[in-house]
Design a protein around this ligand. Structure first.
Ligand code: FEO
Length: 390
């Protein structure tokens, strides 16, 4: 698949992938490798180890792999580096170009004696008619991450940044539909990039002077229309600043429907006041989808039943996940039902704090089954939510 003259997509489409280290991927994913034909043919990133045969087939459609002179490793994570070793069997003289942290990580992962060429900010290599320039972007996604820019083509090979988990035979975002691709990019950001907002801001600043006509990420679709590039960069800017929409996310799990009763009443009251709300039971919604909604929303309501003095295990998993992703600049409220002790609710409240979410108002906890008086207390909560949102 030609992206531009003499620049080919040679990656692997992972149609069957349904879980990417805990992130649900109902649309599968792709690992994008790009082959640049020039005096020194260059491969930018590879694919997961199990996609190697397909990548090699794609490369052979274009060039004899022994001719490859450089393999650019923008990121050590194995969805991109997993096939470098196998590729080097075909082109043993090729240099592996990466950041200093990349060299460290690749050696640790593969114990390799590869020929490394370590680059840092602004370094470039000539591959013939074209130049490749490198910009480390630490923590977007790992300390080793970097992006590669080709000034002659105005292409940014952005690795994980601007990516989406989406398998399709189309290669360009505008072919799939920009709304779909932006939604996938949003889920990707919420579940992969969210904790690294300040590093994303720095990376966007470093790249803002580059004229960009095409963004080739390492997952999903390529951005080629000027309006789409502008849109995804604007979205990244907004997400990196932890901006939110005037929405409420309610995430809960229930044992005997008491916490659910509270969640439903809260939802009804918010709807009655015309507020946008999403009600998510962890029995039905995957934590990665709940997390996407949390990133979108200004107020986060978390509810659980208490089991053996602890919150429910599904809620424990969600909170562990959310604490790692740290959706800052949001307000939070906790609720739930208990039998004989409220001690377990401390986990809910601590998790909000650890996630960087500010407590909005007093929690509402109900003994056994909430009565109408307890449910009415939620009306006061809705007033606070409204104030926080507006
Ligand atoms: Fe797609 Fe952080 O690897």
């Amino acid at each position: 698949m030609m992206i531009k003259k003499d620049i080919y997509w040679t990656g692997y489409i992972d149609w069957a992938l349904r879980n990417f280290h805990g992130y649900s991927t109902p649309s599968g994913s792709t690992y994008n490798a790009y082959l640049l034909l020039d005096e020194k043919p260059t491969l930018i990133d590879t694919v997961k180890r199990y996609g190697y045969e397909e990548m090699l087939y794609n490369i052979r459609e274009v060039i004899d792999p022994s001719k490859i002179r450089y393999i650019i490793s923008n990121h050590t994570e194995m969805d991109h580096s997993g096939s470098i070793g196998k590729m080097l069997e075909h082109c043993p003289g090729a240099e592996v170009v990466c950041s200093a942290k990349g060299e460290e990580g690749l050696k640790k992962h593969f114990g390799s004696d590869w020929k490394f060429k370590v680059v840092t900010t602004g370094d470039s290599i000539s591959i013939g008619k074209r130049t490749l320039k490198f910009f480390p972007v630490p923590m977007v996604h790992w300390p080793d991450s970097m992006v590669t820019y080709c000034p002659q083509e105005k292409i940014l090979f952005s690795n994980d940044a601007f990516g989406q988990h989406h398998a399709s035979s189309e290669r360009f975002a505008d072919e799939v539909g920009i709304e779909t691709v932006c939604k996938e990019a949003e889920k990707y950001y919420a579940n992969i990039v969210l904790p690294y907002g300040s590093q994303v801001v720095k990376a966007l600043e470093a790249l803002q002077s580059l004229p960009i006509e095409t963004i080739c990420p390492s997952h999903g679709l390529v951005w080629r229309r000027a309006e789409d590039i502008k849109r995804i960069i604007a979205l990244y800017t907004q997400w990196a600043q932890y901006q939110s929409e005037p929405r409420v996310a309610i995430v809960y799990d229930t044992m005997w429907h008491s916490s659910e009763k509270m969640a439903l009443r809260l939802c009804q009251l918010l709807e009655k006041d015309g507020l946008a709300v999403k009600l998510m039971s962890l029995q039905a919604v995957h934590i990665s989808d709940a997390m996407t909604e949390v990133m979108r929303s200004r107020v986060i309501c978390i509810g659980s039943a208490i089991l053996n003095n602890k919150i429910l295990p599904s809620m424990g998993a969600f909170l562990t996940y959310m604490k790692g992703l740290k959706p800052k600049n949001r307000s939070g409220f906790t609720f739930g039902s208990y039998g004989w002790s409220q001690i377990g609710f401390k986990e809910l409240e601590d998790a909000l704090h650890e996630s960087g979410i500010t407590k909005l108002c007093d929690s509402v906890y109900s003994n056994w089954v909430p009565d109408e008086g307890e449910l009415k207390r939620l009306e006061e909560v809705v007033i606070k939510i409204k104030q926080a949102i507006l």
